[in-house]
Every structure is written in C-alpha cells, then in structure tokens.
Design a protein around this ligand. Structure first.
Ligand code: SF4
Length: 214
C-alpha cells in the first residue's frame, strides 16, 4: 500500500508544484524528508543569517535550525522558552531582514495559493516581504482543494493544535474545536492569502510527500 500512497502523493504534489509555478513561485516536489533535507543543506550554504517562523515542520520534523547551527549560520529563532519577551521581539524584527527565512505554511491549495493565519504577524510579514529569500516547506497533509477548504483546515486542525502547543487561553485549546472565539488569547488574528508571488520577493516552496507538522 505504501507504493500507492507514494504514487498518489507524487501526483498531487507535482500538480501543486505546477500550479505554484503558474503563480510565479519557484517550487519543487520531494518524495520524502531525506531528499528535501539534502536540497536544503545545499541551499543553506548560500546564506548566513537564517530566520525561522514558529513551524513544527521546520523545527521539529526536519530540525533545520540544528542543521543550520551546525553549519555555523546565524540563527534567528525566537521559539525558545528561555528568551524574554523583549528578546523574542528583537529576533522577530531581525527575521524580517534576514538572508533566508524558513517556515512552513498552514495550507497550500491545489491551484497553488498559500494560505496562513497568524496571531502576531511576524511569520506572514517575513513570508511576504523583507528577507533576501523565503523558503516555505509544506507536507502533503497541508494541501487542500481550494481557499475555502484551506481556511477550514486551519480553523479545524492547525489553529486548535497550535493554541494547545502555545498554551493559549482559548476555547479550542480546551476542546479542540474552533468557536470563532472573542478571547484575548485568540491566535487567529491575521489572514494572508498569497494568490501569486509578491512582486519583489524571492519565494521558493518545497512540497514533501509526507505528513509533516499540523
Ligand atoms: S478563532 Fe479562537 S477558537 Fe477558533 S481556532 Fe482561533 S483561537 Fe481557536
């Protein structure tokens, strides 16, 4: 059955790549994380300061921050509990002008649109404009039919799980269900849909044929 899954993921992944390219993004498909990491390693050689959005795909599944650290890169990762709020804010601002910003995305549609909802906004800001290059890494589990289903995916899966991960004081962090809350801890505050690559930005998207992040 694995071979059928791989076949399906490749068919869908390559179609998304094709449509991302039509939307002027640079895009590539990788069968698995090992192949993607080999490619990322080569890419990292060209950049010094590396910024990271708060992405479980990038930091936990692929551990690219550790990879970059071992290569002697300047790491701009605010996702460390020992950092003060001031320090985290300073790092978030530096990410906006780093050499390479690496993040995942909440969803990508089959027709090549990139959909995200942020609480602070630093991740989507850096994705759109500022860094010399942006690398967006997306597991096949985050590919959705269209923008409507992308937004549903975020509210039904990604946001409740992120709220739980961040210990946010929101109803979804208790029940796992979005109620479009009005709480002060709400993490869904900024919605960004990239229909096409922003004009002045260099954005590359890697689709990986595995389930990564959430
Ligand atoms: S709107 Fe509120 S309840 Fe819904 S996913 Fe976002 S934080 Fe959770």
């Amino acid at each position: 059955m694995q071979i059928v899954k791989e076949w399906y993921n490749e068919k869908i992944g390559k179609k998304v790549v094709e449509n991302l390219e039509k939307n002027e993004f640079c895009a590539k498909y990788f069968k698995n994380r090992e192949e993607a990491i080999d490619y990322i390693k080569k890419l990292l050689k060209n950049y010094h300061s590396i910024g990271f959005g708060g992405s479980m795909t990038v930091l936990q599944d692929l551990m690219i921050d550790k990879l970059a650290e071992n290569m002697g890169k300047e790491i701009l990762n605010h996702n460390r509990p020992e950092f003060s709020m001031e320090k985290k804010l300073e790092i978030r601002k530096k990410q906006l002008t780093c050499d390479l910003f690496i993040t995942s995305t909440n969803a990508i549609t089959k027709d090549g649109k990139i959909v995200n909802i942020d609480g602070v906004g630093n991740r989507v800001s850096a994705m759109i404009f500022g860094p010399k290059k942006v690398l967006i890494i997306c597991g096949i589990n985050k590919v959705t039919k269209d923008v409507h289903s992308a937004l549903n995916r975020i509210k039904e899966i990604a946001a409740p799980m992120n709220a739980k991960r961040l210990n946010a004081k929101t109803p979804c962090a208790e029940t796992g269900v979005c109620v479009d809350c009005k709480s002060t801890g709400r993490i869904c505050r900024v919605t960004v849909i990239m229909d096409k690559k922003p004009k002045l930005s260099d954005i590359e998207v890697l689709i990986i044929g595995e389930n990564l992040g959430f």
